[in-house]
Design a protein around this ligand. Sequence first.
Ligand SMILES: [Zn+2]
Ligand SMILES: [Zn+2]
Length: 241
Amino acid sequence: MHTTFGYFDLIETFPKAGCAVCNLLQRDVTHLLDSILYEYSVDRSMQAGFRASRGLCNQHGWQFTKLGNALSAAVLYEAALDEVLTVMEASGPDERTRQGGWLGGLFGRVQPSALAEALMPKQPCAACAAQDAAEARYVTVIGEQIQDERIREAYRASEGLCLPHFRQTLAHAQDGDSAKLLLALQKDIWSRLRAELNEFMRKSDYQNAGEKMGAEGTSWQRVVARLAGEHGVFGLRRSGR
Ligand SMILES: [Zn+2]
Ligand SMILES: [Zn+2]
C-alpha cells in the first residue's frame, strides 16, 4: 500500500508551506519541462506533439523560456510555428484568387471561421496533460489513504490543501469515514487561518496601531493561495474548478 505512487512524496511535502498537491505539481512540471528540453527536443513524437498543441500553453510556455536551453526550445517551437504556417498556407489565398478584392484575395473561398478553427490546438499542452494526470493520482492517494496514520498526521500538521485540490480529494474519498476525516482536518486548518485573518484585521485597525504584527501579517496573502491554489498551478486553460 505504501509503495503507491506519491505516498512518500506527499508525506515529505505536507510539512512545507502551501498546498502539498500544488507544490508537487510544480516540482513535477519543472522536471517534465527540463526533460523535454534536455532529452526530447529532437524526438519526432515530441515534435509532433508540439505541432498538434501549437507549442505549450501560456503559463508553461513562459516557464519553458526560463529554463536556460534556448536551442532546444527553438527546435520545438520551430516545429509548432511551421505547423501553424502550414495550416495557414493550406487554407490561404493562392495567386489565382488575388483578384477578388482585398477580402476575396485574403481568404479566397475559405471561411475565416474555418481557418480559425483549423488553427486551434489539436491536443492539450504536454505539460498541462502531464500535470492533470499527476494531479489525479495525488488526490486519489490522499482520498484513499487519509486514514493511514502517516498521511493523516502529515495532513494535520500542514497548511491544508488549496480549495480546488481539497474538492478533488474529497471526491476521491474512499468512504464516508474518510470524507468526514478530510473535512475535519481541513476545517481545523482553515478555522485557524480565519482566526489569523481576524487578528490581522484587528491589528490593522488604527486604534490598535501600537500592537506588533505577528505571523498573521501574511494571512491575507496565504488565504489567496489557499482558495485559488499556489501561484501558477491553475492557468487560463486549467482552472481546476
Ligand atoms: Zn493545491
Ligand atoms: Zn500547459
